[in-house]
Design a protein around this ligand. Structure first.
Ligand code: ADP
Ligand code: GLC
Length: 472
């Protein structure tokens, strides 16, 4: 099986969230299933800096306003095709936002270019290698299936994976020609979304199969509450939509070999990491649990609920170490909270190594998201014996076994879940966390269960392989 994965980010080269981890891990996971996967990625400065570029395999003189070239490259086992287009990608700011924190105004062109070149690679291949499948991730690759259709390429199948339906990739209708989209596609049955062009909707309409990153989110997406305006389109395509849970990289996230921490194999041996973390964050010693949280600071992540639920937790001796960045208002609020409460410590920024130290040193990891397509940090938590406390939604529902009476009776709980997703229910879960933590035998039992829970790619890679096979 030959597949071209198309995405706007890919670990370890460029990452703003879990999408990058998944895109970076997928080729390795799929190799185990006999799939030969290459990954098409924009040539941002950070990407170019880390790679030695090989041959140009495809080029276009005027790719949305300047020359574009697809160049081969490789990092570790990852086979890459880098789209070099200086006028689109070689600039400061972040990959999606300018220095003022707004979307780049030419984002529609930037990711249309990526999708266009994906369709051309589908048609023309790379030397002898021609993909049978385009595996498109999120709105940034959403136009690729539309271009396959527009260019009359019928022998390559397209899959769109929804990592987050909140981002639609909208563009004004006036860009239809600029984006090389045929006018007949601009209808409510096509890629029109309330008078605008929607790159994500294009993908949902024109791909052969749709997936998302957990079974529960696949069901939630069909409801107005979670579908973000695309639930109708998704209901119409529900026969082609499935949920395949993400895995995590078991080598990068391995408490027994992690170079960032004091390695450990059993929960009892986490203690050294906890002491170090308390010192690093300058938190007071105490008998209550040490909760950690590592996240983009955005509306999605339910941090406002946590802010409301914290007083009760702190009063019970709980401590919180938080690492995150994003929304300026939330950054300021958490800084202010840390200034006022000795039991709260906050690091604003992005720090991969610190995220490993926190995962090793924490007792619990909090993920109070309002919606969560899959979520990765609760899975790192499981692997590190850092008990997840999660909202009952999306992939959080599919990865954590809540310590309710039934689960405790047969000894299978791995964490805590709360529903409905309110500050009050989260408070209840934090109370339960303090109560369980105060019973060392029971607590260690939950930690051991968590560490034994399978969080790798094995099963999910098999499911993707079956899907590839079915549509080839
Ligand atoms: P999302 O993709 O919605 O942000 P995920 O849980 O799927 O959520 O993935 C987030 C990824 O980004 C995880 O690998 C997490 O550890 C990482 N991450 C988020 N914020 C930070 C941060 N401030 N520093 C380091 N890693 C972070
Ligand atoms: C998105 C989602 C997150 C998911 C990640 C990788 O960013 O918000 O839940 O884990 O994609 O699929």
């Amino acid at each position: 099986m030959r597949a071209l994965s198309v995405a706007s980010e890919c670990a370890p080269l460029v990452k703003t969230g879990g999408l990058a981890d998944v895109v970076g891990a997928l080729p390795g996971a799929m190799a185990g299933q006999g799939a030969d996967m290459r990954t098409l990625l924009p040539g941002y400065p950070a990407v170019l800096d880390q790679l030695e570029l090989g041959d140009v395999v495809l080029s276009e003189e005027d790719l949305f306003g300047g020359r574009g070239e697809v160049v081969q490259a490789q990092i570790a086992d990852l086979k890459l095709l880098i789209l070099r287009a200086p006028h689109l990608y070689e600039r400061g700011g972040s990959i999606y936002l300018n220095t003022a924190g707004q979307d780049w105004s030419d984002n529609p062109e930037r990711f249309a270019a990526l999708s266009w070149m994906a369709a051309r690679l589908a048609r023309e291949g790379v030397g002898e290698w021609r993909p049978q499948i385009l595996h498109c991730h999120d709105w940034q690759a959403g136009l690729a299936p539309a271009y396959l259709r527009a260019l009359g390429i019928h022998n390559v199948r397209a899959i769109v994976t929804i990592h987050n339906v909140a981002f639609h990739g909208l563009a004004p209708a006036s860009k239809l020609d600029t984006l090389r989209l045929p006018h007949w596609m601009f209808t409510p049955d096509g890629l029109e979304f309330y008078g605008q062009i929607s790159a994500l909707k294009a993908g949902l309409v024109y791909a052969d199969k749709l997936t998302t990153v957990s079974p529960t989110y696949a069901r939630e997406l069909l409801t107005p509450e979670f579908g973000m305006g695309l639930d109708g389109v998704l209901r119409a395509r529900s026969a082609d939509l499935s949920g395949i849970l993400n895995g995590i990289d078991l080598d990068v996230w391995n408490p027994a070999t992690d170079p960032n921490i004091a390695p450990y194999a059993t929960p009892a041996d986490k203690a050294e990491n906890k002491t170090r973390l308390i010192n690093e964050f300058d938190l007071p010693p105490g008998a209550g649990p040490l909760a950690v949280l590592i996240s983009r600071l955005s509306e999605q992540k339910g941090l406002d609920l946590l802010i409301d639920a914290l007083p009760g937790f702190l009063a019970k001796g709980g401590r919180l170490a938080l690492l995150g960045s994003g929304d300026k208002g939330l950054e300021d609020t958490f800084r202010a909270l840390a200034d006022h409460h000795p039991n709260i410590a906050v690091r604003i920024g992005y720090d991969e190594a610190l995220s490993h130290r926190m995962m090793a040193g924490g007792d619990a990891i909090l993920v109070p998201s309002r919606f969560e397509p899959c979520g990765l940090t609760q899975m790192y938590g499981l692997r590190y014996g850092t008990v997840p406390v999660v909202a009952l939604t999306g992939g959080l529902a599919d990865t954590v076994i809540a310590a309710n009476d039934a689960a405790r009776k047969i000894g299978v709980a791995t964490g805590l879940q709360f529903a409905p997703i309110t500050a009050q229910a989260l408070s209840g879960a934090l109370d339960q966390l303090c109560a369980l933590y105060a019973q060392p035998d029971l607590w260690q039992h939950i930690q051991r269960n968590a560490m034994a829970h399978p969080v790798g790619w094995g099963e999910s890679a098999k499911q993707y392989a079956q899907l590839y096979q079915a549509i080839i």
